[in-house]
Design a protein around this ligand. Structure first.
Ligand code: BES
Ligand code: MN
Ligand code: ZN
Length: 510
């Protein structure tokens, strides 16, 4: 994980002797007239900083647009060697989430230029509450510091060594210090998930994912157990095992438990993650093009592990269990075949498990999650959330802008939706319904694992709902959002760590 140190400082801005002082700017021009010129203004009350930037702001060269950056060397009247302006865009549209990205952009500006240390000025603006901004800025800086080039033999670690967040001297120190500590935990946890997602299938098998979970759990003092083939058979996890049976790599059933001191009743939140360390499609093999991407098919599981890390450190007063179903989906003489019928884990020993007709072995995520969901319920989960890179159909529907969300319970979903205001992540609710359930009825058994081409994200969610039954449940389809296809000013191309922050905030809302 990143080596970047973070600190909160209340030093007067002109006195900060730093390589780079980053300050935010907004465009205050409200007129929409064609001739109206941008009116960039810095989000600080410090007169020396404002004076240092006054000439360039008046020049019209710099507009304060979103992520627009401008570097000044040897700024007059400041101890800093450089002053970096980072734009947020129109003032009226400035949000805490843009501050998160701006902090990331400042760090990513510094990295390739060999600038190893910077200070970021906490914005002073009525639209930007200081506490949430502090948290978001630290998160954004940590996320911005991450790069995925782990296996380059000539890799130069360009990590920023030190990131200081500069808050006004008259600020409420204890509030900002708490927000700062929180942001560091959240940013590190998101990067922890990204590090896992970035690993290739040969380096991160289900067994190794299990070992990584154990190491993380020891570090943050969580209970963690990792089971394999025998336990799957013992629990009669026929759906999970059917995916694993075609691989030389044994599956891993990863179970983490967070039990806050003194909490003996109330809800038990069950987090269930898809942990397919490589998805070849199995016998229904995928085309070769882009198949290498399917190393990220464990991003849902990684998001759950990242969230559990943050939960363990932030200590909300609610019990949480986490199940990651890790397997490799491979074609082989022992692999399951289209037409096979599998029996999922029963909810109780005296009840039969539901039978699943396998239509397409590439619809494997829902199979491992089915048993993961049932297992979480047998362990006492009263509310469920799952995350999975589940369907290409969700990517077609929402693109790489929103992740999909589904729920069988409005109240539970509303809590998740409210959490997005803090996390800043975009999820869009998609429908479930009896008509979709109709599409996955099987002639030979209870259900089939695909529902045809149309409404593929919803039929996949309906499949999971069969196992959630009446337990309040949210399903997150992150197929389009778990991997960034392009570099952005504030985040590297590669694993995004999406859903860690939203799942965490949902948990904290109980
Ligand atoms: N892991 C894939 C879904 C996926 C697609 C993730 C694109 C990330 C990017 C999943 O296991 C899968 O193969 N889904 C199939 C389901 C189909 C066979 C019903 C799909 O979406 O094509
Ligand atoms: Mn698949
Ligand atoms: Zn998959």
């Amino acid at each position: 994980m990143g080596t970047m140190r973070t600190q909160l400082t209340f030093t007067n801005l002109p006195e900060i002797a730093t390589e780079l002082l980053a300050v935010l700017a907004v465009d205050t021009q409200t007129s929409k007239e064609p001739g109206a010129k941008p009116e960039p203004v810095l989000l600080t009350n410090d007169e020396a900083v404002k004076a240092a930037a006054a000439t360039v702001l008046a020049s019209g060269e710099y507009k304060g647009g979103a992520n627009e950056m401008l570097l000044l060397h040897a700024p007059a009247g400041l101890a800093a060697k450089r002053l970096l302006l980072v734009g947020l865009g129109k003032q009226a549209k400035s949000t805490v989430h843009l501050v998160r990205n701006a902090a990331g952009a400042a760090v990513r500006f510094a990295k390739p230029r060999g600038i190893r240390e910077l200070a970021f000025v906490l914005p002073e603006s009525e639209l930007l509450p200081p506490g949430p901004c502090v948290r978001a800025a630290v998160e954004g800086a940590l996320v911005g510091d991450y790069d995925p080039d782990t296996y380059r033999s000539d890799r130069k670690d360009q990590s920023v060594e030190s990131f200081a967040l500069a808050a006004p001297a008259d600020a409420d120190k204890s509030v900002l210090e708490a927000a700062f500590a929180e942001g560091a935990i959240v940013g590190d946890s998101q990067n922890f998930a990204r590090t896992l997602v970035n690993e290739p299938g040969n380096k991160l098998t289900p067994t190794i994912l299990g070992q990584r979970a154990v190491a993380m759990a020891e570090h943050v003092d969580l209970r963690c157990e990792v089971y394999s083939t025998e336990k799957l058979h013992e629990l009669k996890m026929g759906a999970f095992w059917s995916v694993s049976q075609g691989s030389e790599e044994p599956p891993a059933l990863i179970v983490l438990k967070y039990q806050p001191e003194g909490v003996k009743d109330g809800p038990v939140l069950g987090l269930v993650g898809k942990g397919i360390t490589f998805d070849s499609g199995g016998i229904s093999i995928k085309p070769g093009e882009n198949m290498e991407k399917m190393k990220y098919d464990m991003a849902g599981g990684a998001a759950m592990l990242g969230a559990m890390r943050a939960i363990a450190l932030l200590k909300p007063k609610v019990r949480v269990i986490c199940i990651v179903c890790a397997a490799e989906n491979m074609p082989d003489g022992k692999a399951q075949k289209p037409g096979d019928v599998q029996t999922a884990m029963p909810i109780a020993p005296n009840k039969p498990g539901k039978t699943i007709e396998i239509i397409n072995t590439d619809a494997e995520g829902r199979l491992v999650l089915a048993d993961g969901i049932t297992y979480a319920r047998t362990l006492g989960a009263t509310h469920l959330i799952d995350a999975a890179t589940l369907t290409g159909a969700c990517v077609v529907a929402l693109g790489m802008v929103n992740a999909g969300a589904f729920s069988n319970d409005d109240e539970t979903f509303n809590k998740f939706n409210a959490a997005l205001a803090t996390s800043g992540e975009k999820f869009w609710r998609l429908p479930l319904g009896d008509e979709y359930a109709e599409q996955i009825k099987s002639d030979i058994g209870d259900i089939k694992n695909t529902g045809g081409r149309w409404g593929g994200a919803s039929t996949a969610a309906e499949f999971l709902k069969v196992f959630a039954e009446d337990t309040p449940w949210i399903h997150l389809d992150i197929a389009g959002m778990a991997w960034m296809e392009e570099n952005k000013p504030y985040i590297a191309k590669g694993p995004s760590g999406v859903a860690v922050r939203s799942i965490l905030e949902w948990v904290r809302s109980y």
